[in-house]
Write a protein that binds this ligand. Structure first.
Ligand code: SF4
Length: 164
């Protein structure tokens, strides 16, 4: 438990200190030393680089913090979307709870999954809505179809072979 707490503290300090420099365009590579498990230091480095947009090695997700307007369970939906798309290196997916503020907060996401009405989801390509009122139960599959249509889909097995 203590190790986990130490790692989280290191993660926060390293990501704020190093990440702010990277976001200002200072530096292209980082080396984090001092972790008991070298793999954690490596993971921390990769994640900091990805969050700063310096090096992309996995799918990128942007999610709203959720509020009273959120139209679906943000945590379980995000987990479902991640399970379906986490092998898509470099694809950026926004998951937003509502259409009131969601589209404006999607930053530069390639695709958006946005609550359109209770139980209904709208899908976006960039900031453009392209599919409306999809029943929530099938929305993750429709998102996968949309990613396919735009040539950014890769089968999980193929992605694993590329990583190997
Ligand atoms: S995008 Fe909508 S649901 Fe999410 S925090 Fe903003 S207003 Fe709330």
């Amino acid at each position: 438990m203590k190790e986990e707490k130490d790692f989280l503290e290191t993660l926060l300090v390293a990501s704020t200190n190093i990440g702010s420099l990277l976001c200002d365009g200072i530096g292209d590579a980082i080396l984090v030393q001092g972790e008991e498990a070298p793999g954690q230091g490596l993971r921390l480095s990769y994640n900091t680089l990805q969050a700063a947009g310096s090096r992309i090695f996995k799918t990128d997700y942007v999610a709203c913090p959720s509020c009273g307007r959120t139209l679906f369970n943000l945590q379980t939906t995000t987990a479902k979307i991640k399970a379906a798309t986490s092998h898509l290196k470099g694809v950026k997916i926004a998951i937003m709870g509502c259409i009131v503020n969601g589209p404006g907060e999607m930053a530069d996401a390639d695709f958006g999954y946005v609550g359109g009405a209770p139980g209904k989801v709208n899908l976006y390509v960039g900031k453009t809505p392209v599919k409306f009122n999809i029943p929530e139960a099938e929305a993750v599959e429709r998102l996968q179809d949309l990613i396919r249509e735009h040539g950014k889909w890769i089968e999980p097995a193929a992605a694993a072979a590329v990583m190997a």
